[in-house]
Design a protein around this ligand. Structure first.
Ligand code: AMP
Length: 193
């Protein structure tokens, strides 16, 4: 049965980079990034993408029902695949966390890892990657929304005994080793051949 690992951390904490590495290094691991799905939708100009684009540029959140529909559609087949699913950028609000537990059930949720980096480090990493929504205003808005909307999710997972904290500072390879250990505490990982 597939199991979901939620990767938490403020924007710029390295979630996307690290999830890509986990997917490459380990067998049967699928990285699902809602930010990437929404950016793809925006680039292909679908009605959903057009709706999401302005919100993303401003650093605002896309409405819960819209994101939950997108995730449910993607998770459906993945949950039947038996793969470990790394969720990057979802859930981002308590309502999304509730929706996720409905989608996957208690057994399907292996837990969450929190990549911990300070605001300064996060800011520096965002300025380096230079994504279209990484404007000064967009970054400030996203960091603010992280504190008010997403940070409470850390408690949501912690009170359920589902949270592992990982030091997200330092070189990519160092963080990767620490993160791999944490994920391996939640699901079985096998190296890719
Ligand atoms: P990310 O790539 O995770 O930094 O996400 C980029 C942008 O996509 C965010 O600033 C939001 O506008 C939007 N987004 C991604 N995931 C979510 C989500 N779970 N809920 C609401 N908006 C999201």
């Amino acid at each position: 049965m597939s199991r979901v690992v939620v990767v938490l951390g403020r924007q710029g904490s390295g979630k996307g980079t690290q999830c890509d590495l986990l997917q490459q290094r380990y067998d049967r691991v699928s990285h699902v990034s809602t930010g990437e799905m929404l950016r793809d939708a925006a680039a292909s100009g679908t009605p959903l993408g057009r709706r999401a684009e302005a919100l993303m540029t401003a650093g605002d959140l896309v409405p819960d029902d819209v994101v939950c529909d997108v995730v449910a559609e993607r998770l459906g087949p993945l949950l039947r695949s038996g793969n470990t699913v790394l969720l990057d950028g979802f859930p981002r609000t308590p309502a999304q966390a509730d929706a996720l537990s409905e989608m996957v059930g208690t057994d399907g949720l292996a837990g969450a890892v929190l990549l911990e980096v300070g605001n300064e480090d996060a800011l520096e990493r965002m300025l380096v990657r230079g994504r279209a929504d990484d404007t000064a205003a967009g970054i400030a808005r996203r960091l603010e929304l992280y504190e008010t909307q997403t940070a409470p999710l850390v408690d949501w997972f912690a009170v359920r005994g589902l949270l592992r904290r990982v030091d997200g500072t330092g070189a990519v390879a160092e963080v990767f080793d620490r993160l791999s250990d944490a994920v391996a505490g939640l699901v079985t990982l096998r190296l890719s051949r």
